[in-house]
Design a protein around this ligand. Structure first.
Ligand code: RAT
Ligand code: ZN
Length: 452
């Protein structure tokens, strides 16, 4: 008979061990293998200024979360945006280091993240706060071996990329080298934002690339746009299709939508092109809803805003397309409760992650509690959204600790009823949360019959 876990201490030990041992399948990142090139100086001596694999000190310090934070303390009236962007990566990193880490205590989550990552690599800066020895260390790394090291330290076994097919830099790399995405540590995701968000541009581009796609949704356009998606699914061996959507996204599209004049075309593209192909290929469709892009374009990737979105539209989509599966995350804190309730109703809806501005301890804890209470373990509590490889270290370390804290509370409550809790139960739950639910959902097992 396995030993029953009754005390908080025994439960905490079992939870922490299970979490530390459980390999993570990270279902959404913006990371790439070395085959996509890297702009970062390294021991191989090979760099590519437009390379997509970001890693190392200057990249973690210039993460767009930190760019936004540094402009709060050195405003654009003092250092104009254009001037900041003209600076070298090293100079930008030094500027951020000086103002956010040296002149102030680095307590924001993004600042703390840099420190956790460095600490886990054994690279504490010490009282001098001198970055030069750290830079020298990073310049000695081999990018591929460094990926192994980071994955091992973070206990991440599979990294899911985001592969935007309408991005010229990325597209050219897939076309030039059919093997570019075949690194076994990485999986591809076909990212297709313009198809739903800006159909005329998407249609024009597909036409320029040799597909007979016009602006209106005639038979030929639909067939050819579907062929385009199938070709890219095959080229990338994509494991799902994805996009992000603005807060005003609505399904069905409102008849008069001054806020989003392209909404109706987006609806047609969803119904006639994207979802049929996902269903044929048995691939989930991921919708990340609630990002209002570029409210301050001068901040670049840091210039996007959050907005309250419509869960009712998610419900109508899940209801209208039972043959499709949907991975959904929403950016507004205020949407989280309603989204959990929606997931109770539809087995083809899998909610995931604490996205972007929600990826802070206070909100990760709140959301994880809410989800466990409403959905048990039938959800995916987190993804990293890492853009820089080294961020896997902090994003997963911080989240693992919070998920652990919440799980301990839940198991203590369960054990208090006299339920015979054993270690194997905890291991199985943790496996589902950090790996199994995602892998099963990809295989087509929703495994989540509506609990009412
Ligand atoms: O979290 C981020 O880094 C954002 O800039 C976005 O990339 C977002 O995660 C997305 O995938 O659209
Ligand atoms: Zn992302």
């Amino acid at each position: 008979m396995a030993e029953l876990l009754k005390t908080r201490d025994a439960i905490a030990l079992a939870v922490n061990q299970a979490l530390a041992r459980q390999p993570i399948v990270d279902l959404h990142t913006h990371l790439y293998p070395p085959s996509f090139g890297t702009p970062v100086a390294n021991r191989t001596g090979q760099t590519d200024p437009n390379g997509l694999m970001l890693w190392g000190l200057d990249e973690i310090l210039t993460y767009h979360y930190l760019v936004a934070e540094v402009f709060r303390v050195v405003p654009a009236t003092v250092l104009p945006y254009e001037q900041f962007w003209k600076m070298s990566k090293t100079a930008q990193a030094d500027h951020i280091w000086k103002h956010l880490f040296v002149e102030r205590t680095p307590i924001s989550e993004a600042c703390r993240g840099v420190l956790t990552s460095l600490h886990l690599l054994g690279l504490d800066v010490g009282p001098s706060k001198d970055l030069r020895p750290l830079r020298a260390w990073f310049a000695q790394q081999d990018p591929s071996a460094y990926i192994d090291r980071v994955m091992e330290l973070a206990n991440v076994t599979s990294i899911t990329m985001t592969n935007p097919v309408f991005d010229d830099n990325e597209r050219a790399r897939w076309l030039a080298n059919p093997q570019v995405g075949r690194d076994p540590r990485f999986k591809a995701v076909l990212r297709i934002d313009p198809i739903l968000r800006d159909w005329p541009t998407a249609a024009r581009k597909m036409a320029a690339w040799g597909y007979q796609v016009g602006e209106t949704f005639e038979e030929q356009t639909v067939a050819e746009a579907q062929r385009f998606l199938r070709d890219w699914i095959d080229r990338q061996q994509a494991i799902y299709l994805a996009l992000s959507l603005p807060p005003e996204f609505a399904y069905p599209a409102p008849l008069h939508s001054p806020a989003n004049p392209l909404a109706l075309a987006g609806q047609h593209a969803l119904e006639k092109i994207v979802l049929p192909v996902c269903a044929q290929r048995n691939l989930p469709f991921a919708m990340m809803i609630g990002s209002r892009l570029r409210v301050n374009p001068a901040l670049g990737d840091g210039g996007d805003m959050v907005g309250y979105s419509d869960v009712g539209s998610v419900v109508r989509i899940c209801q209208s397309f039972p043959q499709n599966r949907f991975l959904v995350t929403m950016l507004a804190r205020e949407n989280q409760h309603e989204l959990c309730v929606a997931a109770r109703k539809f087995g083809n809806l899998m909610i995931f992650g604490c996205w972007w501005f929600l990826n802070n301890p206070v909100l990760i804890e709140e959301m994880t509690r809410l989800r466990l209470e409403l959905l048990g373990t039938s959800m995916i509590p987190q993804h990293s959204d890492a853009r820089v490889l080294d961020q896997l270290l902090y994003k997963w370390t911080h989240s693992r600790a919070i998920i652990g804290k919440v799980l301990v509370d839940k198991y203590v409550d369960t054990a208090a009823t006299g339920w015979p809790l054993v270690e194997a139960d905890i291991q199985q739950d943790v496996q589902r949360l950090l790996q199994g639910n995602f892998e099963n959902f990809l295989r087509g097992h929703s495994g989540n019959v509506s609990p009412g």
